[in-house]
Write a protein that binds this ligand. Structure first.
Ligand code: EPU
Length: 344
C-alpha cells in the first residue's frame, strides 16, 4: 500500500471537478486494510472513502486522506434449488456485478443495470431505480470498524436502508470501511416490470420482455436516453432526492397545481423533484431550469434532476446553482429539495 500526497481527484469524481486530496491511497486487497488503519496519515486526518465518485461534489480541496476501494471479486458462496448467494467485493464496478448476474440468469438486480458507482458504495445510499432497490436483495454488508480494525457484519435490517439512505450515511457515517456485500438472487424468473417508465418503454417499442437480458437492456437504453454520460459531460446522476409528502399536504398542492404528478408509496406520496425543477426557473425570469446553462454549469435538458459540468466548472459553481434551484422550488411550491449528492 502506497500513500501519495497532493493527489488530483479530477478523474475520480464523475462531475469532473478539479480538486486535490492531501493524501491518497488505493486498497487492492483486504489484507491491506490493517496497515491502512495503522498508518499515521490515516490516524491523524479526516478520511474519505471513495468508490466510483458518482455521488460526490468536491467544493474545495480535501484536506485529509482519500481511500479508493479497489478490492475485486465476485463469487457464488451458497446455492439452493431456487436461490443463489453472491459475495461481491467493494471495489467491483456495480454494473459488472449486474452483468454477471444477468449472464447467469440470477434475478433481482437487473433493474439496477447501468447504475454508476461501485459495489461498496451501493449500500451507502441503498441504490434504487426502475422499481428495485438494493434493499430487496441485500443479505449483509461486511465492513471493517475503523476504531478497532475488527470485521463486522451488518445484516440487511441492521443497515437501516431507506430511500437513498442507510446507517452508513447517518450514525455509522465515516466509521466503517465496506469491504464486501452479500446478495440473495433468484434462479427462478422474477420479473419486476411495473415501474411506469419501464412499462411505457416496452409498450412504445412493442417489446414483450421475456428474458432477464430484455429487462436489463431496456433499463440501460432508458438510462442512456435520459442521463448524460459522465465521460462526455460531468454529472452525478440525480442531484436531488424526490420529495415525499403526506396526503394532507398533497391535497393542498393539488388544489393549486392540479397537474402535479405524484406516486403513492406506502401511504406517503412521492412528488418527482424533476417535475418541480422543470416548473421553476432562475429568479426574475420566465424560463425553466431544464436545459438552463450559466457559464460552465447547467441543468440537463432531458432530466431536470441532473446538474451538469459543461467543462471547467468548480464545485462552488455547481453548489451555487443547486442553492438557487432549492430556493426557487421553495418559493413556488413551499417544498424543500434535499441533495442526493454528498458535498465535500
Ligand atoms: N419528471 C419531469 N421532468 C423531468 C424529470 C422527471 O417532469 O425533467 C417527472 C415525470 O413526471 C416522470 C417522473 O418525474 O414521470 C419520474 O421520472 P423518472 O422515472 O425519470 O425518475 P425520477 O424520479 O426522475 C428516479 C431516481 C433515478 C432513477 C429513476 C428511475 C431519484 C432521486 N432518482 O428519478 O436515480 O434512475 O428514478 O427509477 O430517486 C440517481 O439516483 O442518480 C438516479 C438517476
Amino acid at each position: 500500500m502506497q500513500i501519495l500526497e497532493n493527489y488530483d481527484l479530477t478523474k475520480l469524481n464523475t462531475f469532473g471537478i478539479k480538486a486535490e486530496a492531501k493524501y491518497f491511497t488505493e486498497i487492492n486487497k483486504e489484507e491491506d486494510i490493517p496497515s491502512l488503519f495503522e498508518s499515521e496519515q490515516f490516524k491523524n486526518n479526516e478520511r474519505l472513502f471513495l468508490g466510483g465518485g458518482s455521488n460526490v461534489l468536491f467544493t474545495k480541496d480535501f484536506d485529509g486522506i482519500v481511500i479508493l476501494n479497489k478490492i475485486k471479486g465476485i463469487e457464488v458462496i451458497n446455492e439452493s434449488k431456487e436461490d443463489v448467494w453472491i459475495k461481491a467485493y467493494g471495489g467491483e464496478i456495480w454494473h459488472d456485478l449486474v452483468s454477471f448476474s444477468v449472464g447467469h440468469e440470477y434475478w433481482g438486480i437487473e433493474n439496477l443495470s447501468w447504475v454508476p458507482g461501485t459495489v461498496g458504495a451501493a449500500p451507502m445510499q441503498n441504490i434504487g431505480a426502475y422499481g428495485a432497490e438494493l434493499k430487496d436483495t441485500l443479505v449483509s454488508v461486511e465492513a471493517y470498524d475503523i476504531s478497532n480494525g475488527e470485521k463486522v457484519i451488518f445484516q440487511n435490517n441492521e443497515c437501516k436502508l431507506g430511500y437513498r439512505d442507510s446507517i452508513f450515511k447517518n450514525v455509522a457515517k465515516g466509521k466503517y470501511f465496506i469491504s464486501a456485500i452479500v446478495l440473495k438472487l433468484s434462479k427462478v424468473e422474477k420479473k419486476n416490470i411495473t415501474y411506469r417508465a419501464l412499462k411505457d418503454y416496452f409498450e412504445k417499442n412493442n417489446i414483450n420482455p421475456e428474458t432477464i437480458k430484455d429487462i436489463s437492456d431496456a433499463v440501460i437504453e432508458i438510462r442512456k436516453s435520459k442521463l448524460p454520460d459522465p465521460k462526455i459531460i460531468g454529472n452525478a446522476g440525480s442531484f436531488f432526492k424526490n420529495v415525499f409528502v403526506e396526503k394532507k399536504e398533497l391535497d393542498i398542492l393539488l388544489e393549486k397545481y392540479p397537474e402535479l404528478p405524484y406516486f403513492e408509496e406506502e401511504n406517503v406520496f412521492k412528488i418527482p423533484a424533476g417535475w418541480l425543477i422543470e416548473e421553476c426557473g432562475p429568479a426574475r425570469s420566465t424560463i425553466s431550469w431544464k436545459g438552463y446553462r450559466v457559464g460552465n454549469v447547467g441543468v440537463h435538458d432531458k432530466q431536470a434532476l441532473v446538474l451538469v459540468n459543461h467543462g471547467g466548472a468548480t464545485g462552488e459553481e455547481i453548489k451555487d446553482l443547486a442553492l438557487q434551484i432549492i430556493d426557487s422550488v421553495k418559493q413556488k411550491f413551499g417544498l424543500i429539495l434535499n441533495p442526493e449528492v454528498n458535498f465535500v
